[in-house]
Design a protein around this ligand. Structure first.
Ligand code: 5GP
Ligand code: ZN
Length: 140
């Protein structure tokens, strides 16, 4: 039995209450066009069951979502003439997540599409490296 959040817009899309431009569906996963696309063919891939973000999604389902994201990216390249794609998932409000139902953006990229995905860079703090590595390894 899937968990459904009555207030969640992506749960409503997944169960058919709210319409979408669907490009893929199976028992666990759905993919549809983003209503405000960053580029032509911008698609969202998500589990039908509600998980707030990638970090709380069970591994098997996450694998499945990523398999579908791969299919979508392949189709965007083969059929829409994209030269590549950005595959992004935002985790938490601070990271830009606006809909708290795990989803992956598959954003096809085209020559001169004007999209700027520029992350700031800094120098790795050598004094902090050991602590960073140890902390991450401890959490795995
Ligand atoms: P986030 O910012 O959470 O990573 O991405 C949410 C995405 O969902 C945004 O790109 C936004 O345009 C899209 N979106 C929000 N509401 C709807 C909707 O009702 N239908 C569709 N198809 N996309 C939506
Ligand atoms: Zn939901």
């Amino acid at each position: 039995m899937s968990e459904q959040k009555t207030s969640c817009i992506f749960c409503k899309i997944a169960n058919g209450t709210i319409p979408c431009y669907k490009v893929y569906e199976d028992n666990e996963v759905i993919a549809f066009l983003d209503v405000n696309p960053s580029s032509r063919g911008h698609t969202l891939v998500l589990p039908k069951e509600h998980f707030s973000s990638m970090v709380t999604c069970p591994k098997n389902l996450l694998d499945h979502v990523m398999e579908v994201a791969q299919l979508i990216a392949q189709a965007q390249i083969a059929q829409l003439g994209a030269s590549g794609a950005n595959v992004i998932t935002n985790i938490g409000e601070k990271a830009g997540q606006t809909i708290p139902h795990f989803h992956v953006h598959v954003i096809p990229r085209y020559e001169k599409d004007g999209i700027l995905l520029q992350l700031p860079t800094s120098k790795l703090n050598e004094q902090d490296v050991k602590l960073i590595v140890d902390s991450i390894q401890k959490g795995i």
